[in-house]
Design a protein around this ligand. Structure first.
Ligand SMILES: Cc1cc2nc3c(=O)[nH]c(=O)nc-3n(C[C@H](O)[C@H](O)[C@H](O)COP(=O)(O)O)c2cc1C
Length: 230
């Protein structure tokens, strides 16, 4: 499948503020889709990005975009990801002068929910300590904590069992972020134990659960995403 190489529709339509706007008459009620931003990091579980995105797109009225780290790119082909995919180069190529968008800020405004899947040990450590040296960690560092952020740790069992992991996961939960816990299985490296990313079905189920509790403001989307529609 060809990736969508364009910018986010909301970004093209409205510029840096990225507020939704009516596409028909001025009197028509504003209506837009719920926007999920998927962050993907350099865990082998990034192999599942195409499946994860396709399952998210099965949810009615959902718009999806992806922010990737450079290492994560090793594990999937952009051709298999049918939504807009952003990486570090986009952030810097987009900004030439003062009037240009700052991508990490536009993305945090654009998204209604962020899902980091997989969240590897490296980016976990960065997020826990506030480091923001790439597009993904800048979006997270600037995240509006009144919106949900879900994260799916994924790492080797030895990394998972290191005491720093519990501290860092606890820090993210203290920020108000929602953990989708890793599971035990035989890992790609051959080790057996905890550290594998949660199953895609589990992750998508959790996204639906969070969305069902979180309506967009009624003036933007009357009747949007009632639990019955999920
Ligand atoms: C084949 C391979 C698989 C890896 N899988 C994982 C993993 O599952 N979890 C993890 O925390 N790191 C894993 N790593 C290490 C990360 O890719 C590495 O820490 C990298 O710097 C992460 O960068 P990022 O957080 O910017 O994506 C793996 C590395 C390789 C080469």
């Amino acid at each position: 499948m060809e990736p969508n190489s364009g910018r986010l529709p909301g970004l093209e339509a409205t510029g840096p503020q990225m507020e939704p706007r009516a596409t028909s008459s001025a009197a028509a009620p504003l209506r837009r889709q719920f926007r999920v931003l998927v962050g993907v990091t350099g865990s082998v579980a990034a192999l599942k990005l195409p499946l994860l995105v396709s399952k998210l797109l099965d949810i009615p009225d959902l718009e999806v975009a992806v922010v990737t780290t450079e290492r994560a790119k090793h594990f999937y082909s952009p051709r298999d990801v049918p939504v807009t995919l952003y990486s570090d180069a986009d952030e810097w190529e987009m900004w030439k002068r003062r009037s240009d968008p700052v991508l990490h800020i536009d993305l945090r405004r654009w998204a209604d929910l962020m899902l980091v899947a997989p969240l590897d040990a490296n980016t976990l450590g960065k997020v826990a300590s506030g480091i923001c040296d790439n597009l993904l960690t800048c979006v997270i560092r600037a995240w509006d904590r009144s919106k949900p952020l879900l994260f799916c740790p994924a790492m080797n069992t030895a990394m998972w069992e290191h005491p720093i992991t519990e501290q860092q996961v606890g820090q993210l939960k203290d920020f108000g972020y929602i953990e989708i816990p890793c599971v035990a299985k035989k890992l790609v490296c051959g080790d057996q134990g905890l550290g594998a990313m949660a199953e895609v079905g589990t992750i998508v189920g959790k996204v639906k659960e969070v969305l069902s509790q979180r309506q967009l403001p009624a003036e933007l989307n009357p009747g949007f995403l009632s639990p019955a529609s999920l």
